[in-house]
Design a protein around this ligand. Sequence first.
Ligand code: ATP
Length: 575
Amino acid sequence: MLATRATEPSSLQSHPSDVSAGAEADGADKPRTLLDAAKELKKATEALDARTLRMVKQQDEESRVLAEASQVQTNALMSAAEVAQGFRYTDTLKTSWRPPRYLREMSEETRAQLRDKWHILVEGENIVAPIKSFKEMKFPPPVLQALDEKGIKRPTPIQVQGIPVALEGRDMIGIAFTGSGKTVTFSLPLVMLALEEEMKLPVVGGEGPFGIILCPSRELARQTFEVVEYFCSYLQRGGYPELRCILCIGGEDKRTQFMPILQRGVHCIVATPGRLSDLLNSGKINLDVCRYICLDEGDRMLDLGFDEEVRSIMNHFKQQRQTLLFSATMPQKFQDFAKNVLVQPVIVNVGRAGAANLDVIQEVEYVKQEAKIVYLLECLQKTAPPVCIFCEKKQDVDDIHEYLLLKGVDAVSIHGGKDQADRNKAILQFKNGEKDVLIATDIAAKGLDFPDIQHVINFDMPVEIENYVHRIGRTGRCGKTGVATTFINKAVPESALLDLKHLLIEAQQRVPPVLMALDDPDEDIQDMGGVKGCAFCGGLGHRITDCPKIDKDARRLGGARKDALAGSGGYGGDW
Ligand SMILES: Nc1ncnc2c1ncn2[C@@H]1O[C@H](COP(=O)(O)OP(=O)(O)OP(=O)(O)O)[C@@H](O)[C@H]1O
């Protein structure tokens, strides 16, 4: 019995079996005594204890770091009154929308099979069946026509499940690859809610909105606003009532922006958090009848300095609202925390949150710092335009822009330091195909839908792997393929390189020798407590205790929030 038990730990650890092999070699003809077996067992147990202790310590430390880091995010989704009173809504909101009868009667087993077919993972209770066509989602004819004319014939997996969940009024966390059609998933239910309200009782001056969509950048807000307006305009042309939408973003004149519309009553608002929060606090807009809020790039919104603004917006709700969070990157633990504040939420997940879009061919090249700008020109030859170049620093954006113009490349650039008119013009020219190359900071990395980008070049590797996923996601959108090239060198922190290595492995891409040679984190630690990689940012090459993002948050919580972020050339306030 003792001898059998002694062999168990040795299969888990290399040391004990080495010892045992050594013992056999030393005295091959000596019989193994019970004392030998007991010694081996002791050694193996000690090694096992040390490993368990290390893992327990790591898990404790992770829970502590995570609890601190996530406090800001969770509270941001509740109003001050709700937090103070410990008040929770328990029932989900109801809408008049119902799926077709045959879907209502569909067995759980068939629902699960359909979800498997589309690679959709769901979590939550009483989840509506996935619906394979927009017609069966019961959109009115003008909406179906609008979709069709945009080339949107069949729903993508996130739409198949996400749209019915949102139409039913459920709180939701939607996670799907970049370019997989999340915007339509949260915009159409808002339009339908506004239409239903308007048809019940027409909006009067000063009233509304019924729903808001928050976006982390002005450019993304404008793009989403255009999508919402597009559907509303088709409805009106099709004989339905006018639905009025406004875009509330910084850097533009408020009066011309929307004052005349507010005087007539507004149905939908698309906004950046800073500007909307200002307008609410100054009493120009109210959320008295509002019952829908969607945070696009929800995780980024709450961890990049918008938490105060989001919380301040939440304070203006007078009733229960439907809350939706969408992103391509939403670490497991963020989902766990969001689940605590949403009301019976449904999580709809297509692919691992934070995974790269598989339609993007990812190439990584070692380029010395001083050679990067010259090599960039060669790299631009890889594909036809349009091409996006991303940099961490505003200064690099300006330098590359100047260099490419000198070399005769038709390029435009944007970053947070440019004035809004220049930013709008650059985006418009690039979207229209008038310019071949856009050079940008992460300001353009999230959510922007440029048609048919062929190639994304990362002039430098972002420290946060999520930014990498969003950047390369500007290409390979909605079923098309694209290429992403990333320059790396000694200046890139090892944790970023490790995250990149594991992301490439996951996406079955070629891993260059320089990344292959990196020492991986301990395997036990890599996949521990049911969390693969970092619980906070989703990076696969490090744990939360070494997360580069938490460092930034710590600085932020220390009071230097906007400055620290503004310096990065990326986020910061309402940009
Ligand atoms: N069902 C569909 N069929 C074809 N094209 C679609 C469909 N749904 C959306 N699209 C188009 O796909 C493109 C990408 O959609 P969208 O911008 O919503 O992606 P996303 O998932 O929000 O990406 P990101 O994570 O980068 O924000 C858009 O041009 C959109 O019009």
